[in-house]
Design a protein around this ligand. Structure first.
Ligand SMILES: Cc1ncc(COP(=O)(O)O)c(C=O)c1O
Length: 426
């Protein structure tokens, strides 16, 4: 029987060596030149947490350490000997000052002990799930998870000897019923694509505690500015940093954040799979993160105005957005008092052909996949994320003909609304 990896101490694991290292901290990894903020608001953490100050030039930003390897010192040899090579600059795949700078910022934002950056969101998700499950284990996840995650869970994880049960992301009774003796993790997304279904996070965390399971949450759609799942009892958070965290549609990256004991396991798995992040994308991600607070406020405000405009438009059948009175998951408003980012989806009064014509009339949003960038992006689930389903199957998951997914950027809301109005009425 597979061992559950929850809160309980792990029998047989000798923790003695960690006590002998003479290093008290459990957070990090970080260098003495990095800016550490014990207590700070999210915008202060966005700007300052983790920055590496070059002792020679006092450069205000972290320099780019474009190197694959670092000269050995007595500390490096001690790290090999004592088993803490995650904490010393040795080799780019193991860790680097640029990774540590951005990891410290993400950890500060998620209020986590430690974080790890990876070469994509999928690298973060697959590496974390494999690190936290064993052969013979079982995962409960949602039918609505991102397509890449769904395919990994259904195809690859199964091949690797783990079973997966897919449930509704919002029905806690169905999730509870899916738990088995060998269940190890619950994997859910804070908000789903494209219908913005919100998970009952408080109840999920209680369920995980009750059954000694790890709750792993993909927080890509909300970012730690809107919601910090660890505060609600999640054990680990994953991100596609390609989206809001970087925010400029110019970096592919992922992240994992949580207690060091779990992040270290994921790091150890990453060493073998090789999904580490190089210095230049780390630098870009660190720069993008500095404006995360500002951007999330702008995304939330713009998306709220657009949802309101669309809900009142006579060419729109339905709008999915947490600010609207008919939003079916009101608990999200309690979880996220500062907003819920820039995603809106809506059904045109027409079919998918009409939606295609509508897209061709827009002049500001780009018709493209992805989300979370400063520029508005628009796409149709029927011919992108959900193109592998039949019309009937799409209807069963709530995707009606004419559904449009809109990642609202930080442009002027008046310009976006005028563009939408023109495209809807011409
Ligand atoms: C919620 C969510 N998680 C993970 C991913 C995968 O991220 P990446 O494309 O950075 O691998 C995506 C990508 O769209 C996503 O939307």
């Amino acid at each position: 029987m597979a061992k559950a990896l929850g809160e309980a101490p792990e029998p047989g694991v000798d923790r003695q060596w960690t006590r002998n290292l003479g290093r008290g901290r459990v957070a990090g990894p970080r260098l003495p030149q990095q800016h550490v903020l014990e207590e700070a608001g999210p915008s202060t953490a966005s700007v300052h947490a983790g920055t590496y100050t070059d002792p020679v030039t006092r450069a205000v930003g972290t320099p780019i350490f474009q190197t694959t390897t670092f000269g050995f010192t007595p500390e490096s040899y001690a790290a090999f000997e004592q088993g803490h090579i995650r904490d010393v600059p040795i080799y780019g795949r193991y860790g680097s000052p640029n990774q540590w700078a951005v990891q410290e910022k993400i950890a500060a934002l998620e209020q986590a002990e430690s974080a790890l950056v990876t070469s994509s969101g999928m690298a973060a998700i697959t590496t974390a799930i494999l690190a936290l499950t064993n052969r013979g284990g079982h995962v409960v996840s949602s039918r609505d998870v991102y397509g890449g995650t769904f395919n990994f869970l259904r195809e690859d994880l199964y091949q690797l000897g783990r079973e997966v049960t897919f449930t509704s992301p919002t029905d806690i009774a169905e999730i509870r019923a899916a738990i088995r003796h060998n269940t190890q993790i619950l994997f859910f997304e804070t908000l789903t694509n494209p219908l913005l279904k919100a998970i009952p996070l408080v109840e999920l965390a209680a369920l995980a505690r009750e059954h000694n399971l790890l709750l792993v949450i993909d927080n890509t759609f909300l970012s730690p500015i809107c919601l910090r799942p660890l505060d609600f009892g999640a054990h680990l958070v994953v991100h596609s940093c390609t989206k809001y965290l970087n925010g400029h549609s110019d970096v592919t990256a992922g992240a994992v954040a949580g207690p060091r004991k779990y992040v270290d396991r994921v790091w150890n798995q990453m060493l073998k799979f090789g999904g580490s992040l190089d210095a230049l994308p780390c630098f870009l991600l660190e720069r993008g993160l500095k404006t995360l607070g500002l951007r999330m406020r702008a995304h939330t405000e713009n998306a709220g105005r657009i949802a309101e405009f669309l809900a009142a438009h006579d060419r729109i059948r339905r709008v999915h957005h947490p600010s609207l009175p008919d939003y079916p998951y009101p608990w999200l408003r309690e979880y996220c008092p500062d907003g819920w980012g820039g995603m809106v989806s809506f059904e045109l009064d027409g079919d998918d052909e009409d939606a295609l014509k509508f897209l061709s009339r827009l002049t500001i949003p780009l018709v493209a996949t992805s989300l979370g960038g400063v520029e508005s992006l628009v796409s149709l689930p029927f011919n992108t994320s959900h193109s592998f389903l039949t019309v009937q199957q799409r209807r069963e998951v709530g995707i009606e003909p004419g559904l449009v997914r809109f990642s609202v950027g930080v442009e002027d809301a008046d310009d976006l609304i005028a563009d939408l109005d023109r495209a809807l009425t011409s």
